[in-house]
Design a protein around this ligand. Structure first.
Ligand code: AHG
Ligand code: MN
Ligand code: MN
Length: 338
């Protein structure tokens, strides 16, 4: 039996060696994130057993009901990341304002933004959920001072690393540091993430589309026509696409990246900015998909070029295989002209 000894930690440090100027801080950050991921994974796996299922009764800043595992994951990420000395600030989907590094800990040159638990409506049903993270270099001077909102509100093209963890039939950690996309599956016996998906490339053509079709009534005409188009047969057998929608963005996009597909959370007549958050969900997933050879747009613009104005701003997203995003972009022109 061949044993794969390329652990996530080793991969991160070997990647660092390719950059002579690297200080090792980004590697340390990614390593610390992988530790938080292991703890969250354990907790997710026993969610049906422990008294952790159910609502806390609180609403998060988006007015959605927060489940206990969301808060557990948020707390775990904060605790794993606050004292390493590499961060000057954090921001989380579950907290309104930026999160400061406690006074007694050193402040470093990076900021970390995260969606601690994505797809949380799926927790009780044993359906895949995830964590998403995004790392930027601070823009204020790296002089030991606390990070600011300005450090967090950078466009996605400034990300130095991004990743996600899917807690599914197994737990997988996928990351990019701007030099390809790599996936590591958690071996529950070793307690290590082992390289399972080397240099992931999304197929250029899509087979799958993922969108909440329950909102059809609210879609604009261009999007309605696009969905009808991909549901239609063509004479080369490339359509109709298959429909797959988990309701956990991270799991839907992970599957589509491996199989070829497009994930859409659109603007519609009720929600002109869609639902998903630019800083915690769309930018990191866009960075990963672009690194895998795909595209991510808000309908007309590249997601990663949007200048953010608010930590919690929402943005429509069309993300996945290049050919499919090119096509939907053509159909959406009609909606822009309205
Ligand atoms: P979160 O659990 O972090 O709030 O995110 C849920 C998001 C996303 O993961 C998913 O794709 C989308 O909500 C599903 O929304 P609908 O139920 O409106 O389809
Ligand atoms: Mn989410
Ligand atoms: Mn969430």
């Amino acid at each position: 039996m061949a044993i794969n000894f390329m652990t996530l930690t080793r991969h991160i440090y070997e990647g660092e060696k390719k950059h002579p100027g690297a200080t090792g801080e980004l590697s340390a950050l990614l390593h610390e994130l992988s530790l938080a991921a292991k703890v969250i994974s354990l907790e997710v796996n026993k969610a049906g057993l422990a008294d952790i299922i159910g609502f806390t009764g609180d609403n998060n800043v988006h007015g959605e009901q927060v489940k206990k595992l969301d808060m557990f994951s948020h707390d775990m990420l904060f605790k794993a990341m606050d004292h390493g000395g590499h961060l000057c600030a954090m921001a989380s989907e579950e907290e309104e304002d930026i999160i400061h590094i406690p006074d007694h800990h050193k402040k470093g040159k990076y900021v970390l933004l995260f969606d601690p638990l994505d797809g949380s409506s799926n927790i009780d049903a044993n359906v895949s959920i995830g964590t998403i993270f995004s790392i930027y270099k601070r823009i204020t001077p790296n002089d030991g001072s606390p990070g600011t909102l300005e450090d967090c509100l950078q466009p996605g093209i400034k990300q130095v690393a991004a990743g996600y963890i899917v807690y599914g039939s197994s737990t997988i950690f996928v990351y990019t540091a701007g030099d390809g996309v790599f996936g590591f599956t958690l071996d529950p016996a070793f307690g290590e993430f082992l390289l399972s998906h080397d240099n992931i490339k999304i197929p250029e053509k899509a087979w799958i589309y993922s969108i909440n079709e329950g909102n059809y009534k609210y879609w604009k005409p261009g999007l309605k026509k696009y969905i009808k188009y991909i549901q239609d047969a063509d004479n080369r057998g490339r359509r109709p696409y298959s429909s797959r929608y988990i309701g956990s963005m991270v799991a839907d996009i992970h599957r589509n990246m491996l199989y070829g597909g497009i994930f859409i959370y659109p603007a519609d007549i009720r929600s002109p900015n869609g639902k998903l958050r630019l800083m915690y969900e769309c930018n990191p997933m866009a960075f990963i998909i672009e690194q895998a050879g795909g595209r991510a747009i808000d309908g007309s613009k590249r997601i990663m070029e949007i200048q953010p104005s608010d930590l919690h701003q929402r943005v429509p997203i069309y993300i996945g295989s290049k050919e499919a995003v090119d096509k939907v972009e053509q159909f959406l022109k009609e909606d822009l002209e309205q």
